[in-house]
Design a protein around this ligand. Structure first.
Ligand code: TXA
Ligand code: MG
Length: 320
């Protein structure tokens, strides 16, 4: 098993040697390596079984490092970074020539963010290089929101996981790029579209391309548990139809259902608070995936704020 540690210098030693380590961010745990070490980058792709067409996000420790990662940065990108960094906003910008193409999957753009988790910041502050890090899960599966999830996924494939507790946001960063200086949303995330639009004005929707995805977090099937997951707009009818099956229910708040076939219910927020629901979503899916249900069912969440992000993840998790 990988060692679960809290000493950033132990993680630094491994990273300096070109190893990859698990580390906490405020969104989800990442699988991190030195962006300038090609063998570390290749290890990230192989441990995660990630297709090489899917680029990685670079994590910097300070906004002043942005100029080493990106060039021709639009004013609006600075404006967003000044407001949301440190925090769960990833910007897609023109890549600096020194950033290896292996990280950007041969693209001339690069994804970059400044994470808000204190332990991620401490780690980055003692390193001489930024960290490339995808979410620390095998490609396509549920992102990890605590060190234990990472350990269960990778066992001894990585030397250590830096334990920063349960992720405060629990859902990946929101990804924003620019098309001729017009801001576009590439991935819904733990900053709501409304909060970004308050700063940037109306965001364009980046179109999904299944064969050559610009942001494969946008592939229709992603973030998936192994147990089949259904999103229904008529729960009663769904339960009647599947009454012979072992059903696990995922819901925003408590549902009073007099139904024998529900043998487990996960409630994401007693107060029906969407931020709290976002924080709990992946941990609930991890638990639901372990209880040997025949299927997981959920209803669509309210389509506002983080509800939009949660619906996006549930929709992808439900794809066959
Ligand atoms: O919250 C997060 O963003 C977490 C933590 C660890 O920082 N990271 C994360 O990484 O979610 P990952 O690799 O699981 O998702 C990154 C997404 C992918 O969908 C990838 O395709 C997209 O970012 N991406 C990276 N570089 C890109 C680029 N140059 N253009 C378009 N999309 C890009
Ligand atoms: Mg991911």
């Amino acid at each position: 098993m990988s060692a679960i540690i809290t000493d950033i210098y132990v993680a630094k030693d491994y990273l300096d040697k070109g190893e990859v380590v698990g580390f906490p961010t405020e969104t989800v745990y990442g699988l991190a390596g030195n962006i300038y070490n090609e063998s570390a980058i290749q290890k990230i792709f192989s441990v995660k079984q990630r297709p090489s067409f899917n680029p990685l996000i670079i994590h910097i420790g300070n906004i002043t490092e942005l100029y080493k990662i990106a060039s021709d940065i639009p004013d609006q990108a600075y404006e967003l970074a000044n407001i949301f960094w440190p925090g769960p906003l990833t910007l897609i910008l023109k890549k600096h020539h020194s950033v290896p193409y292996s990280i950007t999957a041969q693209k001339d753009t690069v994804a970059v963010r400044l994470p808000g988790h204190p332990l991620a910041q401490s780690l980055l502050s003692v390193l001489d290089y930024p960290l490339a890090a995808p979410s620390a899960n095998p490609f396509g599966s549920i992102s990890p929101t605590c060190a234990q999830h990472v350990s269960e996924y990778f066992h001894s494939q990585i030397p250590c996981i830096l334990d920063g507790g349960v992720c405060e946001k629990g859902i990946e960063s929101t990804i924003v790029g620019f098309n001729k200086n017009v801001p576009m949303i590439y991935r819904k995330g733990s900053i709501s579209i409304e909060d970004i639009e308050n700063v940037s004005g109306k965001l364009q929707q980046h179109l999904r391309n299944e064969t050559s995805p610009d942001a494969p977090g946008m592939l229709s099937k992603h973030y998936s548990p192994s147990t089949p997951l259904y999103v229904t707009d008529n729960l009663e009818e769904f339960l009647n139809k599947h009454s012979h099956r072992k059903i696990a229910l995922l819901s925003l708040h408590k549902k009073m259902l007099n139904d024998q076939c529900i043998f487990h219910q996960e409630i994401l927020s007693e107060k029906a608070d969407l931020k709290e629901a976002g924080k709990n979503l992946y941990a609930a899916l991890h638990r639901l995936d372990k209880i040997q249900a025949d299927l997981i069912v959920t209803e669509e969440f309210p389509d506002v704020g983080l509800g939009k992000t949660i619906n996006d993840r549930l929709w992808r998790a439900s794809k066959k």
